[in-house]
Write a protein that binds this ligand. Structure first.
Ligand SMILES: [Zn+2]
Length: 261
């Protein structure tokens, strides 16, 4: 019995080790999921795994952090700190969707913390990320959208200071889940069957669309910034509290959309 038990444990350990080794294999393992530890938290939606590989959370986008200058979009450091809390010292359970990696060779993952809660979803529900869907990776789209809707309705994080700055209606692509200005060359190419009209940017986000990067309709991350709140933080996580507030050129990003019409 003892021998059997020890054999079972050995087999179990081998399996775990094998999974760990496979995890270093750029996802060619064929395994739909695996367990790993985290070496480093890069920002709200990107981590470095123990094997050195970068992994990006699927279906969300967190505010950018410029590690070179220590400047971040509003809530960038909050998102990173929250992400760090979730992955700290834990064995992370990762799940893949249809695409294993993006063009930067980052693994694309749904990450589950030690309590089995999906970090992608948690970030959305705290308002520390917005939904950023990809047509190939939609396994948890409805679940993620639900989390974002709750955050929007209760004005969490990035949604707290929302004001409709742009002028609708916008054109939505039902397949890519991007929304565009009516003048956008990309938006104009959407097949009529896939096209929809969104009366406001709020409605676009509420329905799970995210802003086109070409025509730049009002972007959620610009909103707090446009009210003069933009954090210039020390990038070290322990000092992630705002140091000073600076008025920002990013406001121009929203204006630029209008002048491009
Ligand atoms: Zn566009």
């Amino acid at each position: 019995m003892k021998a059997l038990l020890s054999q079972t444990i050995k087999a179990g350990l081998t399996a775990v080790l094998l999974l760990f080794i496979l995890s270093a294999g750029i996802g060619e393992s064929g395994a739909a999921q695996y367990f790993t530890r985290v070496k480093q938290v890069i920002d709200g939606d990107t981590i470095r795994l123990y094997n050195g590989r970068l992994a990006r959370y699927i279906g969300i986008n967190t505010p950018e952090i410029d590690h070179r200058t220590g400047v971040a979009e509003a809530y960038g450091f909050e998102a990173m700190s929250y992400n760090r809390e979730q992955v700290k010292g834990n064995k992370l359970h990762l799940e893949f969707d249809r695409q294993r990696a993006d063009r930067y060779h980052r693994l694309l993952v749904y990450a589950f913390n030690s309590e089995g809660r999906m970090i992608n979803e948690l970030l959305l529900s705290k308002g520390l990320a917005h939904l950023f869907s990809h047509r190939l990776n939609t396994m948890y789209f409805q679940r993620l959208l639900k989390a974002q809707k709750r955050a929007m309705e209760t004005k969490q994080g990035i949604w707290k200071f929302w004001s409709e700055t742009g002028k609708g209606p916008y054109i939505g692509n039902l397949v890519s889940k991007r929304f565009h200005l009516q003048t956008c060359p990309v938006g104009r190419k959407i097949a009529p069957a896939n096209r929809c009209v969104l009366p406001s940017a709020w409605e676009a986000y509420f329905m799970g669309f995210s802003a086109c990067r070409v025509c730049q309709p009002p972007h959620i991350f610009y909103h707090k910034a446009s009210q003069g709140v933009f954090y210039n933080n020390d990038i070290r996580p322990k000092k992630a509290s705002p140091k000073r507030l600076i008025n920002l050129t990013i406001q121009g990003a929203v204006t630029k959309c209008r002048t491009e019409k």
